[in-house]
Design a protein around this ligand. Structure first.
Ligand SMILES: NC(=O)c1ccc[n+]([C@@H]2O[C@H](COP(=O)([O-])OP(=O)(O)OC[C@H]3O[C@@H](n4cnc5c(N)ncnc54)[C@H](O)[C@@H]3O)[C@@H](O)[C@H]2O)c1
Length: 390
């Protein structure tokens, strides 16, 4: 803390792709949207092997230094916390190294390429006594926080069942390149990790209990894709004559789940679903009511509860100050937040965790929990039987 009462927090960024840019924007926005916390993230150094990415990050966000080597971020004396926004296969090495350097980290999901890697990351963070943050972007959406309050207040009665979907079309084009996301060694699972990790986390967060048992089926509809050329993320180029190579993880997953405590649910996800843009939703039913939310209309929620619940079905409520952190972003009811704002909320939980030493954000342990559910789903797909989440 300095004499002006502001706690400055030195930030290092590892990987300046899409998520790296979003984390950077979030740190800067926290200064404004959460000004009353008197925490000022300072962007110190950014690492990425692609010089154009670090240069852009420096120009756009004001990082003081750039490097191609993530180890320079971890060794930097002014860096107190790091964001790890690398492709999945680099998460384990980067996060374990961050923990060993004593730097709390905010890491993207799915954390690592397997439950075993996620467990290594959790063990390293725990043995260093560090708080962590994970990119579970949807759990603090204002309408979801409102849903959580409703559930806790008993407005739905006893929660009995839920339906969660994460259906997208981002890989629906068969000419879309076979990037690292489609390789087992680099991406891990397909939609089970990339999309359903969000759904498992959201459902466990809202229900307040872990998923204990699953039965799953998975499939890969587009079995080969062209080798990528230059570029990053979803914007890689594909040459007309690029050879086709196998897709190594699933395009689609359906999961039946039983939670500890008895709630049951279904989860479905595709990354090749023509028509589904970001059709990410959850419906929760209880003995006295129900609610339904979809990311494509993230600033509203449908609710059915109260004395007339059985008579009239859902009514729509628009976001306002009752909804989570809504009022930090917008002054008027019904005004909208964006995906980027959700990252600001997520980042705020992380920086506050670092400053207070209390785990206030979705943690590495939460990410491990979703990785174990994905592993059980894969086991069930292989065996054709129900699988316990270990
Ligand atoms: N929370 C969410 O909603 C959400 C959304 C998209 C992606 N993600 C996750 O974020 C992570 C990154 O995804 P993305 O879409 O930003 O990918 P991206 O391809 O846009 O960016 C990845 C970056 O990592 C860099 N990189 C590669 N090797 C590196 C190394 N050795 N050291 C440092 N940086 C290196 C690349 O140059 C690139 O800039 C993934 O784990 C992904 O699953 C989360």
């Amino acid at each position: 803390m300095t004499t002006d009462g502001i706690r400055r927090l030195g930030i290092g960024l590892i990987s300046a792709g899409w998520m790296g840019r979003l984390h950077s924007r979030a740190y800067l926005a926290i200064r404004d949207k959460y000004a009353d916390w008197n925490i000022r993230p300072e962007l110190i150094i950014v690492a990425d092997p692609v010089a154009a990415n670090t240069e852009a990050a420096q120009r756009q966000f004001g990082y003081r230094e750039t490097t191609a080597d993530y180890r320079e971020v971890l060794a930097h004396p002014d860096v107190e916390a790091v964001s790890i926004c690398a492709p999945n296969f680099l998460h384990r090495d980067f996060a374990v190294a961050a923990a060993q350097a004593g730097k709390p980290f905010w890491i993207e999901k799915p954390m690592g390429v397997s439950a075993a890697q996620s467990a290594e990351i959790v063990a390293a963070a725990d043995s260093a006594g560090l708080v962590t943050g994970v990119g579970f972007t949807y759990r603090h959406a204002p309408a979801i926080e409102y849903a959580k309050e409703l559930i806790l207040s008993g407005a739905l009665g006893r929660v009995t069942n839920l339906r969660c979907k994460l259906n997208a079309d981002y890989s629906a084009d068969p000419r879309g390149a076979r990037t690292w996301r489609f390789e087992r060694a680099k991406g891990g699972s397909g939609v089970l990790g990339d999309l359903l990790s969000h759904g498992f986390d959201l459902a466990q967060y809202l229900v307040g209990a872990p998923i204990a048992l699953v039965s799953a089926l998975t499939d890969t509809f587009i079995k080969e894709r062209p080798l990528p050329g230059a570029g990053i993320g979803h914007n890689v180029q594909v040459a007309d004559d690029a050879p086709l190579v196998p897709v190594e993880n699933e395009d689609y997953a359906a999961v039946l789940a039983r939670f500890a405590g008895g709630v049951v649910g279904t989860f479905e996800s595709t990354r090749v679903g023509i028509g589904a843009r970001c059709d990410y939703g959850i419906e929760i039913h209880g003995t006295a009511g129900a609610l339904s939310w979809n990311f494509e209309r993230m600033n509203e929620i449908e609710i059915c509860s109260g004395p007339t619940a059985r008579d009239y079905g859902y009514t729509r409520e628009l976001s306002d100050a009752r909804f989570g952190d809504f009022a930090r972003f917008q002054p008027g009811a019904g005004m909208g937040l964006s995906f980027d704002d959700l990252k600001v909320i997520e980042g705020s939980r992380f920086v506050r965790s670092v400053v207070t030493g209390k785990q206030l954000a979705a943690s590495a342990a939460d990410a491990l929990s979703t990785a174990r559910i994905a592993a059980a789903a894969e086991e069930s797909q292989e065996s054709g039987a129900w699988a316990e989440v270990r």
